[in-house]
Design a protein around this ligand. Structure first.
Ligand SMILES: Cc1ncc(COP(=O)(O)O)c(C=O)c1O
Length: 393
């Protein structure tokens, strides 16, 4: 209670925080200041892909602190170059710009698409198509792209030129396309909106629209990218490549780093002075990114995601058969939505009391974003607690 009160006094009240103060983490567990142990099935909203205090990752970070933390983008560092090369390879695209967060990655992608349009038309009047129920961040540009009016209210005027279609409804997008359309932005799996997966046909259709009209296709993989859904990028599962992809969260696995990555055709639209970031891509953040990609390979993280996902969905199907309050299971890999027939918050709170952390998405959906290193035993532990909580609500 003491820290809860101090947090209320100290912070601008933008968050509804729990009365829990975390002390440390180890593996897939977090521990609060009273030494209560929590199974972490949310990874700080999809960030801690390697769990907490992964030995090799922690060592890489400590080494980098002793080398150099920050130099700004006026100079090269080996870490930033190496990380960009790894990100280009992982995305199958050509050029990277590092940011500090997902929002900034989206903001940068938006600027790049607008600049590409400007160079083509010599006009500053581009439109962007986004989707309803999407989430792209909290800056004024990114929040405008977020297709949910509840995030907009009170923050107008928003940026102009943003219109919204519907997920998996190609016609709803096609009808919005006109000669001013510079980009279509889509999360291949909508996260905050409730774990809704784009169909391959929808993504292929978007690619075709963009090719026909020379429009930038932007995939926002801030949440669903970096192995979360079982391939490095979700779009690789479908073989549909964007012109720009945005990343963050798992990219640094706890150290704040994001990126927007583009193919050559679009990347060349940005010239020196067009965009910038003091911290973006600093050697500390990029050393984290290098370590993450290294560990992904060494520990065959993608294989783990696919195997654990299969097991988790099997177990969840068992609970769905037992509890009619589970309406639908959705998701890919270790990005899982459990839609309930009632509000998800009481179930989330019940789990928290029993020492399991999950997060909600939308009103009725429990969202699971466990570390990508979880085992079947961790899943069994989660399922046992979830079973108990469901039997009580
Ligand atoms: C798809 C997507 N885009 C953008 C963001 C914003 O990222 P950040 O909170 O790092 O600014 C998020 C955050 O949840 C996200 O899920």
């Amino acid at each position: 209670m003491e820290f809860y009160q101090r947090s209320l006094d100290a912070f601008i009240e933008a968050y509804g925080r729990f009365d829990i103060t975390i002390d440390h983490g180890k593996g897939v567990y977090l521990y609060d200041i009273n030494d209560k142990k929590y199974l972490d099935f949310y990874s700080g909203i999809g960030v801690n892909a390697l769990g907490h205090d992964h030995p090799e990752y922690t060592e890489a970070l400590c080494k980098q602190i002793h080398r150099v933390l920050h130099v700004s983008n006026y100079f090269n560092t080996v870490e930033a170059i190496k990380a960009a090369e790894l990100v280009n390879k992982a995305t199958g695209l050509s050029k990277t710009f590092f940011t500090n967060s997902g929002t900034e990655a989206v903001e940068g992608a938006l600027k790049l698409a607008r600049k590409y349009y400007y160079l083509k038309t010599n006009r500053d009047d581009s439109q962007i198509i986004s989707l309803r129920h999407s989430f792209h961040g909290r800056s004024t540009g990114a929040v405008t792209l977020t297709g949910n009016p509840s995030y907009h209210k009170g923050f107008g005027p928003l940026i102009s030129g943003v219109v919204y279609g519907d997920i998996n409804d190609l016609k709803s997008v096609t009808t919005l396309v006109n000669e001013r359309t510079s980009a279509i932005i889509v999360e291949p799996v909508q996260g905050e909106g409730g774990i809704h997966v784009c169909t391959p046909e929808f993504l292929q259709g978007l690619r075709a629209i963009c090719d026909e009209n020379d429009i930038c296709l932007i995939f926002d993989e801030v949440q669903c990218g970096m192995g979360r859904t079982g391939t490095m990028m979700t779009y690789q599962r479908y073989g549909v490549y964007p012109d720009i992809v945005t990343l963050a969260k798992g990219l640094g696995a706890g150290v704040p780093i994001g990126a927007f990555v583009a193919n050559d055709k679009v990347a060349q639209a940005m010239k020196p002075g067009d965009h910038g970031s003091t911290y973006g891509g600093n050697p500390f953040a990029t050393s984290a990114c290098i370590s993450v990609v290294d560990i992904f390979e060494k520990e065959r993280i993608l294989e783990n995601v696919n195997a654990r996902s299969k097991y988790l969905f099997e177990k969840l199907e068992g609970l769905k058969a037992k509890y009619p309050c589970i309406k639908e299971l959705r998701g890919l890999g270790l990005m899982v939505g459990i839609e309930l027939t009632s509000e998800a918050k009481p179930v989330m709170k019940g789990l928290l009391e029993q020492g399991v952390i999950v997060v909600t998405a939308g009103l009725n959906t429990i969202r699971l974003l466990p570390p990508l290193v979880i085992t079947d035993e961790n899943i069994d532990e989660f399922i046992a607690v979830f079973d108990k909580v469901l039997s009580q609500v």
